[in-house]
Design a protein around this ligand. Structure first.
Ligand SMILES: N[C@@H](CCC(=O)N[C@@H](CS)C(=O)NCC(=O)O)C(=O)O
Length: 200
């Protein structure tokens, strides 16, 4: 059985719980409290030298880190990852967008504000992140005004990767009220079979 090393509020970890739920795969969860540095111990660094969760334990000697790599591994051969190279590349395109142009602004703001409760300490950095986070939301909104999902008009791991932190962006003080297409996309995802919420 898979073991998921995770920190429950983390959107990166939630991505893995969501795909596992859609696939109806049983697994066990092991909490590592990142605020207490539990991913920086010598034992954990042996599992992931990068000192971060999520990590999927596939078997006692096989570990996989990086949320979007784990999504890819789990979704391979399923409808959540189309087989043709162009659609696969488009999925990667959105996943790289998520990691480079979205998560560093939206997820980090949420972490400082809602997890660490340290808004004052990070005020200046938060101000720098805000326009960059909104730029990512604008790109998503424009795409979703034309398309029901990110790739090939079908729900895929590209949607899971982007949904994870977007639907809780308000916890990083991003105002989602003008983003009608994004909110309609949330509703489509939340109505899917075996959907689970981030706090489940
Ligand atoms: N690119 C990585 C990012 C992982 C990441 O930043 N994990 C955070 C929690 S969301 C973490 O483990 N932080 C603890 C630390 O850096 O000590 C992924 O997508 O999995």
């Amino acid at each position: 059985m898979y073991l998921l090393y995770e920190f429950p509020p983390s959107g990166n970890c939630y991505k893995i719980r969501l795909i596992l739920s859609h696939l109806r795969i049983q697994y066990r969860r092991v909490t590592k409290d990142i605020v207490k540095g539990e991913t920086r111990t010598p034992e954990f660094l042996h599992i992931n030298p990068n000192g971060r969760i999520p990590v999927l334990e596939i078997d006692k000697e096989t570990y996989l880190a990086e949320s979007n790599a784990i999504l890819w591994y789990l979704a391979s051969g399923t409808p959540y990852l189309p087989a043709d190279p162009l659609n696969q590349a488009r999925i990667l395109q959105w996943m790289f967008f998520e990691q480079y142009s979205h998560e560093p602004y939206i997820a980090t703001s949420r972490y400082w504000i809602s997890t660490l409760n340290a808004k004052e300490r990070y005020r200046e950095a938060l101000e720098q992140k805000k326009p960059l986070g909104y730029a990512a939301l604008e790109i998503m909104e424009k795409h979703l005004q034309q398309e029901p999902f990110f790739v090939n008009r079908q729900y895929s791991i590209a949607d899971i990767a982007l949904y994870a932190y977007t639907h809780v962006a308000h916890e990083g003080e991003f105002d989602l009220s003008p983003y009608t297409a994004i909110k309609q996309w949330f509703a489509r995802i939340e109505a899917l079979p075996d959907y689970v919420g981030i706090s489940a």
